[in-house]
Design a binder for this molecule. Sequence first.
Ligand code: ADP
Ligand code: TRP
Length: 331
Amino acid sequence: MAEDKIVLTGIQPTGSPHIGNYLGALKTLIEMSQNHKTIMFIADLHALNAEKDAKKIKQHTYEIAASMIAMGLNLENTAFFRQSDIDEIYKMSEFLMNVTPKGLMNRAHSYKARVEKNVEAGEDVDAGVNMGLYTYPVLMAADILLYNSDIVPVGKDQKQHVEFARDIAGYFNNTYGNTLKLPEPVISEDSGYVPGLDGRKMSKSYDNTIPLFAPSNELKKRIMRIITDSKTPEEPKNPDESTIFQIYKCFATDAETAALRKQFLDGGMGYGTAKTILFEKIDSVLSEPRAEYERLMANKSEIDAILADGAKKAGFIASKTIAKVKKKMLG
Ligand code: ADP
Ligand code: TRP
C-alpha cells in the first residue's frame, strides 16, 4: 500500500479486547500506523443504538484506547480520538441524510438481519429497530468522508458499509459537483479465526475468551481451562487440531512454532505441559504492554489528553470538509 495514503478506521467500544480481537483486527491497524497517516477513532456514537449504559461505553472506550496505545499505536502518525468529540460528525451525518436513498438503508445487512429475525419470530418487521440502527451506514459514511480518507481497512462484515460510503459520496458529487473523495475498502483476508477456550471462535458471546491484558494469574487460569482431547502424554498429537498450538503460533517466532509442532508430533508431551509453554509465551510477550496498559488505566487523564490531541488534529481536517459541504448545499 502506498505510504502517502490516509488510512481510516473506527473501533466500536463494545467490550474489553480479547486476544482474538487483537490478533484479528487491532494488530494490523497498529502495524499500519507505523508508516501511514492514520485516522483512528473509538466509534462511541455507533455503540449508542444498542448500548444504553453511558458508564459502560466510557469504560470500554478507555480500555480500547489504553490497549491500542500500550500495544504500540504510532501516535505521531495517528489522529486517535473519540468519534463523539468531533462536532462536525453530527453535521456531516445530517447533510448526508439528504442524499442517501432510503432504499439503500433497507438493503443494509445488519438491518436486514434484524428484520428477518423479527419476521421469523412473528413480530412487526421493525420491532426493536431504532433510527440509530437504521441509519448506522450514514453515520459510518460521514466518518469515512469527513476526513478525506483513501483506505478503510475493515473485516468482511463491514465491507458493505464502506461500499455504501462510496455510493453516498457518488450521490453527493453527482448532485453538487465533485467534492468528496471516494475511499477504497481494504478487506482483511479471512485468515481464519483465533479459537477460544472451547475450540469455537474466540468471542465475547461464547464466553470463551482470553482477555488481552488479564493479570498473570488470571491468564494462567484461563489457559489451563482450554479444552483438549484425552490423549495421554506419550501419544503423538495433531498440532493443527489443537487450540493450544493455534494460539501459540500467533505469539511465537517461526523457530519456536516449529519446535512446538515437533513436540506435538513426536509425542511425549502432555497437554498440561503444552499449556504451561503457551502461558509462559503469552505472559512474556504481553508483560511489558500489560504494565503500560495498567499504568494508563490508573492515569485516565493521560488517555484523555492523547484523545483530545487526536481530536484537535482530526477536527482541523473535519472543519475544512464541512465548510465545503455546507457551501455546496446551502450556498
Ligand atoms: P466478539 O466476537 O468478541 O464480539 P467483535 O465482533 O466485537 O468480537 O470483533 C471485533 C473485531 O475483532 C472484528 O474485526 C473481528 O473480526 C475481530 N475478531 C473477533 N474475534 C476474533 C477471533 N476469534 N479471531 C480473529 N478475529 C477476531
Ligand atoms: N462499524 C464499524 C464496526 O462495527 C466501526 C466503524 C465506525 C468504522 N465507523 C467506521 C470502521 C468507519 C471503519 C470506518 O466495526
